[in-house]
Design a binder for this molecule. Structure first.
Ligand code: ADE
Ligand code: ZN
Length: 327
């Protein structure tokens, strides 16, 4: 199996439906409306997806639930060939941005990550939710900065921005990103998914990120594509997510190959796999079928992912070795 890196995965969005149903039953919450008759998550469009996502997340409560979820997610990814994974985690869901509660959540999850590290190494990207607004993002940034300095395991490694890209401007979140940067965290931001290239440029310019979540609509502006390629900005591309949410009609119509051909550092992730009926292996298989990508193409892409990962240098060297690349 091809060894894989996954840089863009939402922890709650990776929760299997059966896991969420189990928690809902434990807590006496009726979540039947978010599942279809086959038991899969059901939603109509992106805003509805966010609503269903938040409803599912509402039953993941406390450090113990989050630790169980992380274990399931890491074991599932490892079975798909993932050797390294970064997951988005939001203090706005884990502990309601209360700093003491957040610290307990991080301790429980970092313990799971350390236990599973021989199989799959992982890091967390702390994530405010864009449509919850900049004020709440500041609290999230403070949570992130505090745990980045306290968490000796290094599991808290990045800071990102998810949620509805149509809400506000990246610059509205500059204070939070500055705070995270000062705490030594790697920076990424969802952009170029629900808005066009100007949104990618604004995230890059106004937040100083080294990676863009999705970023695929940069393809609509050739000058931006050139600039991203020249600067070595890494895109966390999630083709199956984009197709499931209706951005593109098929993987064959997806711009990932055009971006790669233009020299942009693209990587492949699943975003919220059970919501989009995808897995890492399915993504690789679909790309191989659509574009004829070979093991060498995937190795080069995974090397870009290793170079863009928010981990320490010793971990990066270990991952590169697993990819069959020396330093
Ligand atoms: N949160 C979970 N999945 C997301 C996506 N695809 N875009 C923005 N925010 C998200
Ligand atoms: Zn995402």
């Amino acid at each position: 199996m091809i060894p894989k890196l996954e840089l863009h995965l939402h922890l709650e969005g990776a929760a299997p439906p059966a896991f969420i149903r189990g928690l809902a039953a434990e807590k006496g919450v009726d979540l039947s409306a978010i599942f279809d008759p086959s038991g899969a998550y059901t939603y109509t469009d992106f805003p509805d997806f966010l609503r269903v996502y938040e409803a599912a997340t509402s039953v993941i409560r406390g450090p113990e639930d989050y630790a169980r979820l992380l274990a399931v997610v890491l074991e599932t990814a490892a079975a798909e060939g993932a050797v390294y994974l970064e997951t988005f985690v939001s203090p706005e869901f884990c502990g309601g941005a209360d700093r003491a509660a957040w610290r307990d959540h991080v301790a429980a999850m970092a313990e799971v990550a350390a236990r599973l590290a021989p199989e799959i190494e992982s890091r967390a990207i702390i994530t405010p939710i864009r449509h919850f607004g900049p004020e709440r993002a500041r609290k999230t940034a403070l949570c992130a900065a505090e745990t980045a300095s306290e968490d000796r395991s290094g599991w808290v490694a990045g800071f990102g921005l998810g949620g509805a890209e149509t809400y506000g401007e990246p610059g509205d979140f500059a204070w939070s990103f500055d705070c995270a940067r000062e705490a030594g965290l790697g920076l990424t931001c969802h952009a170029g998914e629900w808005r066009g290239p100007e949104s990618v440029r604004a995230a890059w310019r106004d937040l100083g990120v080294s990676r863009i979540g999705h970023g695929v609509r940069a393809v609509e502006d050739p000058a931006l594509v050139r600039d991203l390629a020249e600067a070595g900005v890494t895109l966390e591309v999630c083709p199956g997510s984009n197709v499931a949410l209706g951005l593109y009609p098929s993987v064959a119509a997806h711009p990932i190959a055009r971006l790669a051909d233009a020299g942009v550092r693209v990587t492949v992730s699943t975003d919220d796999p059970p919501f989009f009926h995808t897995t890492l292996r399915r993504e690789y298989d679909a790309l191989a079928t659509a574009f004829g990508w070979t093991e060498d193409d995937f190795r080069r892409m995974n090397l870009w992912a290793a170079e863009a990962a928010f981990c320490d240098e010793a971990t990066r060297a270990r991952i590169k070795e697993k990819l069959g690349c020396s330093t």
